[in-house]
Design a protein around this ligand. Sequence first.
Ligand code: SAH
Ligand code: SF4
Length: 367
Amino acid sequence: MIDPRKILDFSLLDAAGLVTFLDLEGDSQKKLLSEAAALRNERLGNKVYFRGLIEFSNICAKDCLYCGIRMSDKETSRYNLSDREIIDAAKFADEQNYSSIVLQSGELASKSFTMRIGKLLEAIHKSTGDKLRVTLSLGEQSEEVYKFWQDCGAHRYLLRIETSNRELYHKIHPVDGKHSFTKRIRALEILKKMGYQTGTGVMIGLPGQSMVDLAQDLLFMKSFGVDMVGMGPYIEHSNTPLYALRNELWPIQKRFSTALNMIALLRLIMPEINIAAATALQAIDKMGREKAIRAGANVIMPNITPGLYRDNYKLYENKPCTDENADDCTNCLQARVGMAGSEIGFGEWGDSMQYRQRMKENFNQAD
Ligand code: SAH
Ligand code: SF4
């Protein structure tokens, strides 16, 4: 097998070169994953950063064909945390020294939603003494809305491209005027230009997705110059339209294993970005997130949504930890990260190194 570090040579950096690594198994896979973790340690150190994830509402105006909380799903009971519950969850993250939180929900585009998020951002910063870095993951919004939220104190934004293959993107989203690949790319460009720490990601093992598509996803992330990535296996949900294509899917273990290879390859081609160990990995393998850390990831998102609501935020089935409370997750994760040979950067923001460089260059150019 080719030495994984050689991937850093640009000669190998094309889809065909990447594909040769994507389905590695056994000893050669082990080598790929451990090289990626070693490169992370060299460039960024062995710290893993926590982002306390608050899934504050499952109300969504979109209908992505793969998602368990899509608008047309009539079986999900809808919830919306109160401002107090959200602020308390943020305070919990601060008390636990996480230093970062993620506010995630279904996608809504309304004046009242926009204003509510703005107020929440201000209240969270006020009640935690401006110590938290806040990531939003609230879907596609207008430039004005992104700007408003940034002014209210949002630092980072997560918007997965889901797949960089335009045709596949349209296969997994309905044709209803609300789902456009071009619009999604444009939203990512706006976020990046605006100075958000910009995160994207893809689902791995979608029906009809090929290894070449996944290699192209990696190249997309590199050429776009993302600061952070969260990507994980696609997990079918029986109440969704895409479930009809379940017979076309790779076995779940193959999706899992390919996801680890994707993380490792991304670390090798983008050594200085933040890469999250997606929760979907843990839905397949109890040690999934720890395995991702061993493959080069450096971010974990402990779920700190109040336990009562977690059961109803089922983007996919078998979602882990939906019956635990937030304290359990902190303790179990700390031990698990230790087992994976890393330590948690408590009390540190853990901003993406790539982002810091990018902002420095912008600043220098402005001089
Ligand atoms: N509404 C926002 C944020 C919540 S959804 C948005 O769509 O951006 C967050 C992510 O969950 C999506 O980007 C998608 O990649 C992932 N997701 C949804 N359904 C999934 C499934 N069945 N399997 C794996 N990941 C899924
Ligand atoms: Fe809504 Fe996000 Fe699910 Fe799409 S993926 S249906 S936007 S919650």
